[in-house]
Design a binder for this molecule. Structure first.
Ligand code: UP5
Ligand code: MG
Length: 190
């Protein structure tokens, strides 16, 4: 079936660890389509959808949006892309996201890229980002860190137990991080 040919890499890491930045690099070199779950949710708010206000409130509080909503957006974006190789950035964020995605799509990831970055560095990056994100204020940033540790790290641990995690030191400069990322994707591209 078509589904069997679909390749998914989950890109996980704390808020500000550099997921979006490195995904843009990967797209340029390796022909993946980048789907940021957070970007899709923010676009859904802007579109004036009936879920918009709920999503906006959850993002402001650093909470995880119900998986039905996120999975629907991801599935639609995958279909619309015409591609079969996806970087799914910032999802799954908790065990329920993970199980629901696998049940609904029957897709399991080729591997999981995990950007491991010290919290002080992530905080510095987010406070300097200046792109008008409503969740880039110190109160929300602290909530995002807490949710990451409590809910998202267990997802990384789950995939670690399956031998699927490629952990990257993401506290380094962009170019150095990409050298490591590139070596991982070059190895699987053969
Ligand atoms: N930067 C990047 N790399 C750098 C480096 N090596 N050295 C120095 N600076 C570096 O980078 C952040 C900033 O750091 C940028 O200014 C960049 O230039 C610089 P970025 O690449 O944007 O990091 P990223 O990891 O993508 O950070 P982001 O803030 O997007 O991560 P989050 O996981 O917090 O945000 P996301 O958009 O995924 O989710 C936002 C919210 O949406 C969540 O809190 C949640 O409420 C909701 N959400 C869900 O509910 N469900 C989902 O499935 C997804 C999101
Ligand atoms: Mg991002």
């Amino acid at each position: 079936s078509d589904e069997k040919k679909v390749k998914v890499v989950f890109v996980l890491g704390g808020p500000g660890s550099g997921k979006g930045t490195q995904c843009a690099n990967i797209v340029e070199h390796f022909g993946f389509t980048h789907l940021s779950a957070g970007d899709l949710l923010r676009a859904e708010i802007k579109s004036g959808s009936e879920n918009g206000t709920m999503i906006q409130n959850m993002i402001k509080e650093g909470k995880i949006v119900p998986s039905e909503v996120t999975i629907k957006l991801l599935q639609r974006a995958m279909q619309d892309s015409g591609n079969n190789k996806f970087l799914i950035d910032g999802f799954p964020r908790n065990e329920e996201n993970r199980a629901a995605f696998e049940n609904v799509t029957k897709i399991s990831p080729e591997f999981v890229l995990f950007f491991d970055c010290p919290e002080e560095e992530m905080e510095r990056r987010l406070l300097n980002r200046n792109q008008g994100r409503e969740d880039d204020n110190i109160d929300t940033i602290r909530k995002r860190f807490k949710v990451f540790v409590e809910s998202s790290i267990p997802v990384v641990e789950y995939y670690e137990s399956k031998g699927k995690v490629k952990k990257i030191d993401a506290g380094k400069p962009r170019e150095e991080v990409f050298e490591v990322v590139k070596s991982i994707f070059s190895a699987i591209d053969k």
